[in-house]
Design a protein around this ligand. Structure first.
Ligand code: FAD
Length: 291
């Protein structure tokens, strides 16, 4: 097996394109090394992207944040701007693994691994995040909800990789939240998860919302009906009930030893309800701070 550490995105793309599927990107390696050790994958070439200029940076852009594809969880968690702007995304990413894993794992890796239960993905979908894809052609952007196409599958074509993820700007009276259910208190994969991102009008009603679910289908999904259910409300009971029903309807989970279809469906609705209330409280606090 060959280990390569290219210095530019063009080199990465070139190696990927020439390898015809036999090369794998290495970011933090917290999924890749597990797959290598188990024998699930046997790549001929490992491409370490951490030596590309700027790929470990978090930069301000148009009021939002561009997160390089090699930024580990710990670095994002310590970024005051990210915590203030997108607390739901940061809390989702911080749930991944342990302190040791946090020192390595990346959001782009969590995304590109394509796992249905990936914690940061529903939060990024709710945030309206966008992946920057580089490859043989000009760089292109992909909305996060369109990126994963099925378990382990993504929209990445030949020679393409993710160079960064963009978290957009947001107004003062807005916030987000992420919750997951796991049978243990730590170090487990979500049985169901939900992320909610809301923006408030000046009268305290919800101006717009994005709701996403994870681990209750082959990939994390955006649930527009759930967002519609709470838009215009102050999260009164009828709106919350409609949000829960929309989330239950959007869930299509598997039945396994970690949770039955019925359990996962119910929990998805409960988590969305609780995440919406947390996002609302955070948005109200931000609205207060900005008046
Ligand atoms: C002990 C432990 C606990 C964990 N707990 C959780 C958890 O609670 N929640 C959770 O969601 N995950 C968890 N994980 C999984 C893993 O840590 C995350 O998915 C992590 O975010 C992967 O990021 P990485 O940088 O390590 O990816 P890597 O392992 O480097 O890569 C993952 C996959 O994506 C590809 N890839 C990586 N970066 C790119 C890129 N920029 N462009 C194209 N392809 C790319 C790689 O080739 C590989 O196939 C855990 C893992 C371990 C070992």
């Amino acid at each position: 097996m060959q280990y390569m550490k290219p210095q530019t995105a063009a080199e990465v793309s070139d190696i990927l394109a020439r390898s015809d599927g036999a090369a794998r990107i290495l970011a933090g390696g917290t999924d890749l090394l597990v797959h290598l050790r188990s024998g699930a994958i046997q790549p001929e070439t490992i491409i370490d992207i951490k030596h590309i200029n700027g790929i470990k940076d978090i930069t301000d852009e148009d009021g939002g944040l561009r997160i390089g594809a090699a930024v580990p969880g710990q670095q994002l968690g310590e970024h005051a701007g990210a915590r203030a702007l997108w607390p739901g995304v940061v809390e989702a990413f911080e749930l991944i693994g342990s302190t040791q894993v946090q020192g390595r794992c990346t959001m782009a890796g969590n995304l590109c691994n394509g796992g249905p239960a990936a914690d940061s993905v529903p939060a990024m979908i709710a945030a309206g995040a966008v992946a920057r894809i580089e490859g043989p052609e000009a760089p292109r952007d992909c909305n996060l909800e369109d990126f994963v196409t099925g378990p382990g599958k993504t929209v990445l074509g030949k020679g393409e990789f993710v160079s960064s993820i963009f978290l957009p700007a947001r107004p003062g009276a807005a916030s987000d939240a992420y919750l997951r259910f796991i049978p243990r208190t730590e170090m487990d994969i979500a049985v169901a998860s939900a992320a909610v991102n809301i923006e408030l009008n000046s009268d305290g009603t919800i101006k717009s919302a994005r709701v996403a679910l994870g681990a209750v289908g082959p990939r994390a999904v955006l649930v527009p009906d759930a967002a519609d259910a709470i838009t215009g409300s102050k999260l009164e009971d009828p709106a919350i009930d409609a949000l829960v029903r929309a989330c239950e309807a959007a869930a299509s989970p598997i039945d396994d030893k970690r949770g039955t279809i019925e359990f996962r469906t119910t929990v998805a609705g409960v988590l969305a309800k609780r995440a919406a209330r947390i996002a609302m409280t955070r948005a109200q606090k931000r609205a207060g701070e900005n008046t």
